[in-house]
Write a protein that binds this ligand. Structure first.
Ligand code: NAD
Length: 295
């Protein structure tokens, strides 16, 4: 049994912390929202009065927060109170520069650190089937792996500080751009008199194949489990896709990389979100491209 502090008990953090309790760990949790603290207590988490109190005596600390500024603020508050030699893991999706600053703060405070953003959504958080993309030193990754295995099923060491965040935003930039072009192809096919099934049958087994086509097809019918068959309920909300595409653009600009399709994808998802579809699955962009977006 390990004593684990868990800060940020929202849609993802709540069920992830609950899985650590189920795995037999003593979990000390904190969130700013009182209702989430109550829910966490019901799941067997020992709720602290402040983030700084939650880390007292913890061997491992996990943060699952909205953005880089929250991670830097929370780490600034908790690192001085954390055990020397403890391990700190941030699983939030944040910008690469903040992730690297957070690693430097942890090293200064004498802690091992890992950036470990996830894919798999709230279903993966509940079912402990998340994929963790990790950045950090070998020793920190080795210490984090057995803990992450209790919340996920695939744990990948991507490289040094910030490499987990880098892998996450590069992957999601591919996802955003392929979803848009897949949706564009279905809309063009419609204009050309092609059925959705015919295009799917060809493209899902040809060079147009991608996850956006074969697993998450943006039109109803060909892939019965895709959100298109469930009124575009997320799934992966368009707001989160936009967040990741913006992070990719920030990283591209800070690193000096040329990503014109990533930039176009960010722009299209900005329009889609601004048009009132932030809470819809990101594959709903097909309706927006067709000009029939629901109000
Ligand atoms: P969420 O908003 O439900 O949870 C974040 C929690 O952090 C909130 O409950 C908030 O009260 C808490 N918080 C903020 N500041 C705090 C502070 N100073 N101290 C303590 N708690 C604080 O968000 P989520 O959906 O759980 O996502 C968390 C992270 O995971 C985000 O970075 C998101 O991009 C990423 N992510 C989410 C999904 C998803 O499907 N929801 C998928 C992959 C990655």
């Amino acid at each position: 049994m390990t004593t684990i502090a868990f800060i940020g008990l929202g849609n993802m953090g709540g069920p992830m912390a609950a899985n650590l309790v189920k795995a037999g760990h003593a979990v000390q949790g904190f969130d700013l929202v009182p209702a989430l603290r109550d829910e966490a207590a019901k799941a067997g988490i020992s709720v602290a009065a402040a983030a700084g109190d939650a880390v007292a005596g913890a061997d491992v600390i996990v943060t699952m927060l909205p953005a880089g500024k929250h991670v830097i603020a929370v780490w600034s508050e908790i690192l001085p109170k954390a055990k020397k030699g403890a391990l700190i893991i941030d699983s939030s999706t944040i910008d690469v520069d903040s992730a690297r600053s957070a690693h430097a703060m942890a090293a200064k405070a004498g802690l091992l650190s890992v950036d470990a953003p996830v894919s798999g959504g709230t279903g993966g958080a509940k079912g402990a089937t998340l994929t963790f993309m990790c950045g950090g030193a070998d020793a920190a990754f080795a210490a984090a792996k057995p803990i992450l295995e209790q919340m996920g099923k695939k744990i990948v060491h991507c490289g040094g500080a910030g490499a987990g965040q880098a892998a996450k935003i590069c992957n999601n930039m591919i996802l955003g751009a392929t979803m848009i072009v897949t949706a564009e192809a279905f809309v063009l096919g419609e204009k050309l008199g092609l059925t959705h099934q015919a295009l799917f049958d060809v493209a899902s087994t040809s060079s147009g194949q991608s996850w956006s086509m074969t697993t998450y097809c943006p039109v109803p019918g060909p892939v019965p489990t895709s959100p298109a068959n469930n009124d575009y309920k997320p799934g992966f909300a368009a707001a989160l896709m936009l967040k990741d595409l913006k992070l990719a653009q920030e990283a591209a600009s800070s690193a000096g990389a040329t990503t014109p399709l990533g930039a176009a994808a960010a722009q299209l998802y900005s329009l889609f979100n601004a048009d009132g579809h932030a809470g819809e699955d990101f594959s709903g962009i097909v309706n927006f491209l067709r000009g029939q977006a629901k109000p």
